[in-house]
Structures are given as C-alpha cells and as structure tokens.
Design a protein around this ligand. Structure first.
Ligand SMILES: *Cc1c(COP(=O)(O)O)cnc(C)c1O
Length: 402
C-alpha cells in the first residue's frame, strides 16, 4: 500500500478540463499553489520590496535554497545541488570540470542517439579546447565496457532515454566507468521527479537536470547541477560574480566561493526560481519509491492495454522496455505516420508528443496522471488508427515545436 493519496495529489494541479495530459515529461502541469505563489511574489515581493527583496525576501539565496529542495528528490546530500541556468549550460560546466579533474585524459564518451543538446555541447567544447584537449566519441550503450572507457575522462549518459524511455542502471554503470578511471555525468532530464534514485549511494560524480519536466517548474524553468562533494574544489569554467566568495566586495580578482556556490555564474531569475520552489513543495513528504511505484503502475497499465488491443498490436510496436527495472516514466510507441497520429490524438484531447522518426511518446507523470488517462489514450489511439483520421490534411502540418 502506498502512503500517498494520489487523488488528493492530482487535485493540487491545474489540469485542463476534458483533456488527457500525457506530456508532463516535456512540460509538467501547473500546481495550483505555484500560481498563487507567483502572484504573491510579483505583488508582495517585486512590487513592494523592489531592490531590497534581494535581502528581505532572500532572492539572493534562491539557487542554493531551491537546490536544497531538489536534493532529497534525487538522493543528493545537502550542499551538492544548485538550481541555475539551463541543463545545457550546466552540462558545459560539468564536462569542463571532468576534463580538469581527470587530467591526462581528453576523451568524452557519450551514447549514440543522445539528446542532441548533450552532444552539441560536448562537440562545442571540443572545438573550443582543440582536439588534443577534448575529443568526443559516441558509442552504443550496449557496448560500454571498462575497455571502451579506458581512455575516457568522462562518460555522459541519460538516466532515461528521451526517445525509448529506457532506464539505465545508474549504480552499476557508474561503478563500471569509475573502475576504468572514468568520471560519470548523468543527465536526469527524464528521471528527476519520476524515478527514485540515490546519487550518493551510486557515487555519481556529476548530474544535470531540468525542472520543467517531471518537477513542474514551468516553461523554460532553470536547470540544476549536482556536484559530488569530493569534486567541489574544481573550477567553474564560467566564473561569474554570483559564484564569487564575496560578491559585493566587487574585487577585481575572482575568488571562487567554497562549496557548490562556485558553480553559479550570473544573476538568477527570481520569478522562475520562485515558481520552481513553489512547485517543488508538492514533493514534500512524498517518498520517491512510492512515486516510482505509481509511475510503473501507470506505464505498466498502459502497456497491458496495448498488449490486449488487436488494433494496436498490428499498428504500433512497443519501443519501451517491458521490464519494470528498465522502464522510465513514459511509453514510446513506434508507428507509421507517427507525426499525423500524434496530431490526431491531440485534436482528440490526448496530449502526447512526437519524436523523430516514428515515435509517439506517452509520458506519465506519477503525481497527477491516472489509470483512466491511460485507458482514454488507448481508446483514442485505437479510434484514430481504425478511422484513419490522421490522414486528414490538417494533421500533416508541423509547427516549430513538436
Ligand atoms: C529536455 C532535455 C534537455 C533540455 O536541455 P535544456 O538546456 O533545458 O534546453 C537536455 N537533455 C535531455 C536528455 C533532455 O531530455
């Protein structure tokens, strides 16, 4: 029995009437409390306090205080997480730090088919530093062995693959890479807030993540960076004044703040961080293994329905591992005409997304999705495929964001 009352939890979110929202892995839903809190920050803090709000409302501490709220959700120790910038920027900092820590090695290993920003940032760093100080190699994750990592400074992997929804064994892979003298950065974009994990027990070196997906922080909300305490002496390659030991002394020379604070760069968005903080309060008191159990029950239910449906059996292949231990919080179905099918589902009120080349993603947010959402999505998909409604011309048009 889970200690969580999921109906009550769902009622804490604004969810549009008549729609089934299965895209919380791309943009989490709005907690009601976040709306109230943001209005209050605007009228009672920004409007009334103006510049003194940096002190009176502790705006200056937000990257660290929000980091402290994220820490228990990802099994991180106090003082190891900051919420700032974007995942992409934080990844740049983490990769650079790993090259500095693992002096003598210059290779970044990432996986084939990694989320594009991760490989763009790694390749950009290689161009910046030059090939003798930084090179990248992409490998098939199944081929990762201590031998393939024997020259790597750092291995960068997604905890949950954004396309397939496959979950990786954080503890085993981290230990294997470290046995080859390689540091590990985990990208938690698709796991933080949905999967229970313990960065400390897994001895993870660095991690980066988003707050706008399963953490419900709002569109474009800042990312986060985890740096294991043992690595916090490393330099921030973007040493801005917010990471200075005494920022308001305005010293000519940079001196890094002790601890995780040195990974800050420029001034934070107070509105954005206030929204993240309010949304994270929904997680207070929730045991992440209960959240994870709910996630598995929801995706498991959806998969069982897919198995029982003769229409879906003939049109849609399961792209997500069926084994619980290897499944994140989404189910990916591979099908012909996946893009128009996703558009027809959205027109039907089932909000999903499409990923190249032929994937429709059904993301289950354990905090607010229900078994009935899964049933409705399956029924709607069967109806679209049977009627071939997706062939209508309006479903062929692509917007900038899919
Ligand atoms: C969503 C996502 C990102 C996004 O990075 P931003 O810097 O926030 O734009 C990065 N990596 C993965 C794996 C993602 O799923």
């Amino acid at each position: 029995m889970s200690a969580i009352d999921f109906d009550k939890l769902r009622s804490r979110f604004h969810l549009p009437d008549g729609k089934v929202y299965l895209d919380g892995n791309s943009l989490g839903a709005l907690p009601r409390h976040t709306e109230t809190r943001l209005k209050e920050v605007i009228s009672a803090e920004w409007a009334d306090e103006l510049v003194s709000g940096w002190n009176t409302k502790a705006w200056i501490d937000l990257p660290l205080s929000v980091g402290e709220q994220i820490a228990p959700i990802i099994g991180a120790a106090s003082g190891t997480v900051v919420c700032c910038d974007s995942l992409s920027i934080n990844l740049f900092k983490a990769l650079t730090a790993c090259l500095e820590l693992n002096e003598g090695r210059s290779l970044i290993t990432l996986e084939d088919g990694q989320f594009p920003t991760d490989s763009y940032i790694a390749d950009g760093l290689s161009r910046l530093l030059g090939a003798d100080r930084c090179r990248t190699q992409a490998v098939d994750i199944a081929a990762l062995t201590p031998e393939t990592l024997s020259e790597s400074a750092v291995l960068l992997l997604s905890h949950v693959d954004y396309k397939s929804g496959a979950l990786r064994d954080m503890g085993a892979i981290t230990a294997m890479a470290q046995s080859a003298g390689c540091l590990v950065i985990w990208d938690l974009a698709h796991s933080a807030g949905a999967i229970d994990m313990d960065l400390e027990a897994s001895q993870v070196d660095f991690a980066v993540g988003c707050t706008y997906k399963f953490l419900n922080g709002g569109p474009g909300a800042p990312g986060f960076l985890y740096v294991a305490e043992r690595h916090q002496e490393v330099q921030n390659p973007l040493p801005g004044w917010m990471g200075h030991a005494r920022l308001f002394d305005f010293e000519a020379k940079y001196e890094a703040a002790p601890g995780i604070k040195r990974f800050l760069t420029g001034t934070q968005s107070v509105l954005a961080l206030s929204a993240v903080s309010a949304s994270l309060s929904v997680f207070e008191g929730l045991a992440m293994h209960d959240v994870r159990a709910r996630s598995l029950a929801l995706t498991g239910h959806f998969i069982a329905r897919w198995e029982q449906s003769s229409v879906l059996q003939s049109h849609a292949a399961l792209g997500t591992p069926i084994d619980d231990a290897q499944r994140g919080s989404q189910v990916s179905l591979a099908l012909e005409s996946a893009f128009p099918v996703s558009q027809a589902l959205i027109a039907d009120g089932v909000i999903v997304d499409f990923r190249e080349p032929n994937i429709v993603r059904f993301g289950f947010s354990p905090l607010y999705n229900t078994f009935s959402d899964a049933d409705q999505a399956i029924a709607s998909l069967e109806a679209v495929l049977t009627s071939e409604r997706h062939r209508l011309p309006q479903f062929q048009i692509r917007s900038t964001v899919t």
